[in-house]
Ligand binder design. Structure first.
Ligand code: ADP
Ligand code: MG
Length: 252
């Protein structure tokens, strides 16, 4: 079963006199464990799409199913639970709470998920080790470099074992070598089976994903998959898959 199915999704922001159609008739499916880059000019709808995928916002029209469950029919408590347990968020600006230490930041989603207090510290500590910060657990965000703060944010995103990580320009505030390390960490996590959707302006980041969606004026302009090899039969199968925007691009 696909992890995500969007069918005819539209998102309109109504600003009194004018209405902005940030997404128009977007249909797509994302499989468990996929890696997807979302690209497109500023204002093309990337953050709006990511916010919908993260159940932070609701579409104006269309159907959004997450693991087969229609999101629009979930109660608000069910939605909060899904956001907390199924989805991890990583932002360009890290979004850590400044008055909490690294380990306390990572513990927060466990507290929201009503994990018993005694287990939280262990799980959060293990996750910080996992991202290479075993020796920074009691530092405050202001005492950490940008790359370290993003590692804390990734540990926080992962601590409830989500099915999906959503990242909005996660390397945008980092120098290129730190950005590369963060990208490698996200790719490792994806390689272990967590789906990854990443908004980026950076073609280098996009090329590390198996699939790139390009948005233009709220529409999917292209949807390209990088195949391990340019296997003709596989290409033929994909292009008959009924997705009108699908292009098959062999990995260089
Ligand atoms: P991107 O992330 O690709 O730059 P966004 O998804 O942020 O694009 O925005 C898509 C369009 O929707 C833009 O025209 C933007 O001005 C508009 N928009 C985004 N958020 C809001 C909002 N909360 N209220 C009104 N218009 C919005
Ligand atoms: Mg944006």
């Amino acid at each position: 079963m696909p992890l995500i199915v969007l069918d005819g999704i539209g998102k309109r922001y109504d600003l009194g006199e004018i209405a902005v159609d940030a997404l128009r008739n977007v249909s797509l499916a994302i499989e468990p464990g996929e890696s997807v880059a979302i690209m497109g000019a500023s204002g093309s709808g990337k953050s709006t799409l990511l916010g919908l995928l993260g159940c932070l916002d609701a579409p104006t029209i269309g159907s959004f199913r997450l693991s087969g469950e229609e999101v629009g029919r979930m109660s608000s408590s069910r939605l909060a639970d899904v956001r907390c347990r199924k989805i991890g968020f990583v932002f360009q600006g890290f979004n850590l709470l400044p008055r909490l230490t690294a380990i306390e930041n990572v513990e927060l989603p466990l507290a929201y998920a009503e994990e018993p207090a005694h287990g939280r510290r262990n799980k959060a500590g293990a996750m910080l080790k996992r991202v290479g910060l075993a020796d920074r657990m009691n530092h405050f965000p202001s005492q950490l470099s940008g790359g370290q703060q993003q590692r804390v944010a990734i540990a926080r995103a992962l601590v409830n074992s989500p099915d999906l990580i959503l990242a909005d320009e996660p390397t945008g505030a980092l120098d290129s070598s730190t950005g590369r390390e963060i990208l490698e960490l996200l790719c490792t996590i994806n390689g272990e089976g967590t789906a990854l959707v990443i908004v980026t302006h950076d073609p280098g980041v996009a090329s590390a994903m198996r699939r790139t969606l390009t948005l233009k004026d709220g529409n999917i302009e292209s949807d390209s998959r990088f195949l391990e090899s340019a296997d003709v039969s596989e290409s033929a199968e994909l292009s008959q898959g009924g997705q009108p925007h699908l292009q098959v691009v062999p990995r260089p």
